[in-house]
Ligand binder design. Structure first.
Ligand SMILES: Nc1ncnc2c1ncn2[C@@H]1O[C@H](COP(=O)(O)OP(=O)(O)OP(=O)(O)O)[C@@H](O)[C@H]1O
Ligand SMILES: C[C@@](O)(CCO)CC(=O)[O-]
Ligand SMILES: [Mg+2]
Length: 328
């Protein structure tokens, strides 16, 4: 058996706009998904997912889009178990040229699902890394990131950026613009996360932004404006200017909100953080529900969030310096 882990992430700037070629700056955080992969003697796939928001469960099936496991579980639970993992295993089969090989896959994750902290990218990166190593191939980080990107691209119906997967594979703060992916020097940022207990569907939210952008010139301008915020944000990051970073995060949230991807609970957590004196706050990831990210070196934001109706969990997140980790 091979076991790999990969971190989740927050976006300092640029989610959604990055899908259209604007730059984005995500930052890996110390919340990880661990995936164990063991080759089977038949061609079946058995998935055991421990820490889905729902109870742990196991499915076993022969793999491929037409073969759905015959178990008594809701469609959404099956899709959750199968979507990204199924596609990640296809990447493993493709890289290693072992089309028929079956696996037992075990997933344990500290990253809430669908909440903007990049659980899909972390699971895809860790699964592809463990799966290929189980078959004797160790991928370079760039290829691993590329293969994980293909997984997200497929599951999100052809609408995905390389940002989440590159960040999860390499760790640290990164900058992604189209195919250009690089690591950034980042100061130790005082990151606080607020989680509303909910989730958003990345594919649907991305499709919604695309429709707005196609319909209205001002929505396309809003996407371009996010790119401008990101370019300013890169400078603030290089200068270690946390106050300016915060102001730009506030602006970025306003633009995301205009694009329809915020929600009442995300907005109230953002305002609670600002009222508590955070340098800035914004939603992170696809939105719709899930998490916000704020910058505050004091305990005020975390405390305020823990009393904010609609906020289920508030925690400080350390930057994850390491991306994929090979555990076994
Ligand atoms: N612990 C897990 N076990 C199995 N599958 C998981 C697990 N965590 C995440 N996934 C997969 O990732 C999907 C959620 O990905 P989605 O892109 O919607 O959200 P996210 O990656 O958490 O947030 P964002 O993309 O906004 O940062 C789940 O439906 C499931 O397919
Ligand atoms: C919304 C989005 O920009 C980030 C999701 O974490 C989608 C993507 O980049 O693939
Ligand atoms: Mg995702």
């Amino acid at each position: 058996m091979a076991v790999s882990s990969a971190p989740g992430k927050v976006y300092l700037f640029g989610e959604h706009a990055v899908v259209y070629g604007e730059p984005a700056v995500p930052c890996a955080i110390e919340r990880r998904a661990r995936v164990g992969v063991e080759q089977r003697s038949d061609n079946k796939l058995r998935i055991h997912a421990e820490d889905l928001s729902l109870d742990g469960f196991t499915v076993e099936y022969a793999g491929g889009a037409n073969d759905r496991p015959d178990i008594d579980a809701s469609e959404s639970l099956l899709n959750a178990a199968m979507g990204y993992i199924d596609s990640a295993i296809e990447q493993v089969r493709d890289v290693t040229d072992e089309g028929d090989v079956g696996f037992d896959v075990t997933i344990e994750s500290d990253i809430p699902l669908g909440a903007g902290l990049g659980s899909s990218a972390a699971v895809a990166v860790a699964a592809i890394d463990a799966g290929t190593r189980e078959l004797g191939t160790t991928l370079e980080t760039d290829e691993l990131a590329d293969r994980a990107y293909r997984t997200e691209h497929e599951v999100q119906s052809g609408q995905a950026s390389r940002a989440d997967t590159f960040c999860s594979a390499t760790g640290g703060a990164v900058r992604v613009e189209g195919e250009d992916c690089r690591s950034l020097e980042a100061p130790d940022l005082p990151i606080v996360v607020g989680f509303d207990g909910g989730a958003g569907d990345t594919g649907k939210l991305v499709a919604g932004v695309r429709e707005l952008r196609d319909e209205y010139g001002f929505a396309a301008d809003t996407v371009d404006a996010i790119g401008d915020v990101v370019r300013n944000g890169e400078q603030a990051l290089a200068d270690g200017d946390v106050e300016e970073l915060g102001r730009l995060m506030d602006f970025n949230h306003g633009l995301l909100s205009a694009l329809g991807v915020s929600s009442r609970s995300l907005d109230s957590m953002v305002w609670a953080a600002r009222d508590a004196g955070a340098h800035g706050a914004k939603l992170t990831g696809a939105g719709g529900g899930g998490c916000i990210v704020a910058l505050d070196p004091t305990d005020e934001t975390e405390t305020a969030l823990s009393y904010t109706p609609g906020c289920e969990d508030a925690f400080r997140a350390a930057l994850a310096e390491t991306g994929v980790e090979r555990l076994e």
